[in-house]
Ligand binder design. Sequence first.
Ligand SMILES: [Zn+2]
Ligand SMILES: [Zn+2]
Length: 220
Amino acid sequence: MAKSKEELAAQRKAYREANREKILKQRREYRQANKEKIHKADKIYREANKEKIAEYNKAYRENNREKIAENSKTYREVNKEKIAEYIWQYRNANPIPEKGEAAKEASRKYASDWRKNNREKARENSRRGRARKKRLECGCVPLDIKQILIVEYGDSCLYCGGSFEHVDHFISLARGGKHCIGNLVPSCAHCNSSKSGRLIKYWKNWNGATPTLTCPNVTI
Ligand SMILES: [Zn+2]
Ligand SMILES: [Zn+2]
């Protein structure tokens, strides 16, 4: 009798498990021999499926937050020397003058390049900086807070439904609101600046909407 689908699948799985090393080696060799071909096909696929890939990555990051954090911590620990070596090589290739105006200029350039390549993280860092100054940083806000707000509230302003342009402190830092998941909402630039440091109840455009996320650090 012909084997059922399940039996065939089980057979393939058993084979894969018994020959793990061999299969990995074959794959490595194949990739090594066909580097350019694979690279090209990859690029074409990525370009044709940009949105699909972005969506998949977003969902993956959301569903595996702890695993990702744990993995990158382990990676950093295991590869300490490799990372140090990489930094050393980078420094050698891009020497930073030790002092004086040239040093200041180089570190300014480095910081501005980083901000350009990491816009959302840079914004989040400066929000944190302002909150830290006022001792109002909760510590619960991840660098990709914008993605979390989009999942919770949608990709639009909580107050007017316009486009999500600013991460807004529902109770402003000036009024003692914390930099905390429970106090961050998406807003458009107009609502954000119109609300400014006001108490929300005194802001004439307030539609009554309030934050719905709760801080993981607060035990109820
Ligand atoms: Zn708005
Ligand atoms: Zn918090």
